[in-house]
Design a binder for this molecule. Structure first.
Ligand code: FES
Length: 168
């Protein structure tokens, strides 16, 4: 694994894809990284494919974080777009790292932020529209993400409050 950022990471950092908010999203996911204090929000719109399966029709992100956090947020929106919700839930940090042509070892944790935020957005959608899809396993993962997020929000409450105000 390289110690420096790949060209792909740097180019997505400079020109991120799908950056911003979605108006009236079907799901919002927020995740925080305890290791560094970075925070990410992912917004999704859910639609249906030809087989009538629920898919991610639109997805955007906002990230307060490092170069790798911005690049992983951007790439996960590209990986998840038009996937079924089940497929999107199965995107791993290794998929994200591979799509970025690698991350320096000390930045591998940053990729987790994006998979957590995507998971939370889908969980939020299920909570509001399809709660029978929430298995014990999904609930457990949600609780652990929530715990990290609460600790981060306490530490970074000024920024989070500002962010909440903008969401209203
Ligand atoms: Fe915080 Fe990368 S150092 S997510």
């Amino acid at each position: 694994m390289s110690e420096s950022y790949s060209k792909k990471v740097l180019s997505l950092f400079k020109n991120p894809k799908n950056y911003g908010k979605i108006k009236n999203p079907d799901g919002i996911g927020k995740a925080g990284n305890l290791a560094c204090g970075d925070v990410m929000a992912i917004y999704i719109k859910v639609g249906k494919n030809k087989k009538q399966e629920e898919i991610i029709k639109d997805i955007k992100f906002e990230t307060f974080g490092c170069v790798a956090a911005i690049a992983t947020s951007s790439i996960i929106t590209e990986l998840a777009k038009n996937k079924t919700l089940e497929e999107a839930l199965n995107i791993t940090k290794n998929d994200v790292i591979k799509a970025l042509n690698g991350l320096p070892p000390i930045k591998v944790h940053c990729s987790l932020l994006s998979t957590d935020a995507l998971f939370e957005a889908i969980y939020d959608y299920y909570t509001k529209h399809n709660s029978e899809k929430i298995t014990n396993e999904l609930e457990k993962r949600h609780q652990s993400i929530l715990k990290s997020k609460e600790i981060i929000e306490e530490k970074y409450s000024d920024w989070v409050n500002e962010e909440e105000k903008q969401l209203e």
